[in-house]
Design a protein around this ligand. Sequence first.
Ligand SMILES: Nc1ncnc2c1ncn2[C@@H]1O[C@H](COP(=O)(O)OP(=O)(O)OP(=O)(O)O)[C@@H](O)[C@H]1O
Ligand SMILES: [Mg+2]
Length: 297
Amino acid sequence: MSAHGPAHDPYETRGRLQGAEASDEFARWRDLPPRLQPVEPPPLPLDLARLLHRLRLRYVRQAGPAILARAGEEGWDHAHLLKVLFAEEAAGRDRSTREMHRKAARLPSGKTFDAWDPKASAIPGDAQWALRTLDWIGRAENLVLVGPSGTGKSHFAEAIAHAAIDRDLRVSWFTLETLTATIARSRIDASTGKVVERIVRSELVVVDDIGLLPAGADEAEALYRLVDAAYERRSLILTSNLHPARFDSIFPKGLATAAVDRLLHHAHVIVTEGRSHRLTEALDGHGVQPLPGPTAI
Ligand SMILES: Nc1ncnc2c1ncn2[C@@H]1O[C@H](COP(=O)(O)OP(=O)(O)OP(=O)(O)O)[C@@H](O)[C@H]1O
Ligand SMILES: [Mg+2]
């Protein structure tokens, strides 16, 4: 107890009252802004909800009750109300298209720039920021990230891919293995041309991990077909442990030379040198969550 009566905790008081009544009453007592807890707005009339359903205005239907309640409270004019309702629909549809693009892109691990430490990367800071603007995708330029294992090539490529999707660009993600399998499958029904054209509908196509697994004629053909179809039309990101100038050491020579020639004509080649980020984390003991109990092995 304090000198001014019971020192009651507002949150305790709120628990004894119900819904809107609770928050409004509580606000009056404590001189706080009303509606600490949002009030459930009345649902849309059934015939209106049905009409919105029929017209496929899903987001107006979802946000309608709250928007109408707010329009009433704040006395919006009709034009403003219509604008807010349709803006809600447009924003909802944009969000849903973006999520569809993200699913279709099949990005491997969900790594974005949120988890990226620019200072821990060997990519020069200026280059990182220039690449993050995505302007180079608008110019159909390529990005080749070359460097040893664990130096952030795939993470950076994926973060760029997420950023591109956030800007409403379409992205396709492959490893050299999945690209080769996709092209090889298309040979069965002679649809290779169509399949490659479908891939380069994406504004950005990533081929990750070139050089990690053995490559042969099929891999070289797949890469050549993609690079040729994308040449001066679309952007590619390639990540590799090997500089493209040395691709002929893993691919059959003729196709490799033709692919690399087209690839490098408009490409930013960035070398990610240094120690493996994976190894650094493992050696610092950050590679795993510590197990409970004694773990002396
Ligand atoms: N600058 C960075 N900021 C945050 N995390 C990083 C950074 N660089 C690397 N990592 C992390 O280190 C790990 C290895 O990175 P990544 O998989 O991108 O390496 P890589 O160069 O593609 O290796 P590999 O050639 O073996 O495929 C990942 O967990 C990644 O998130
Ligand atoms: Mg990688």
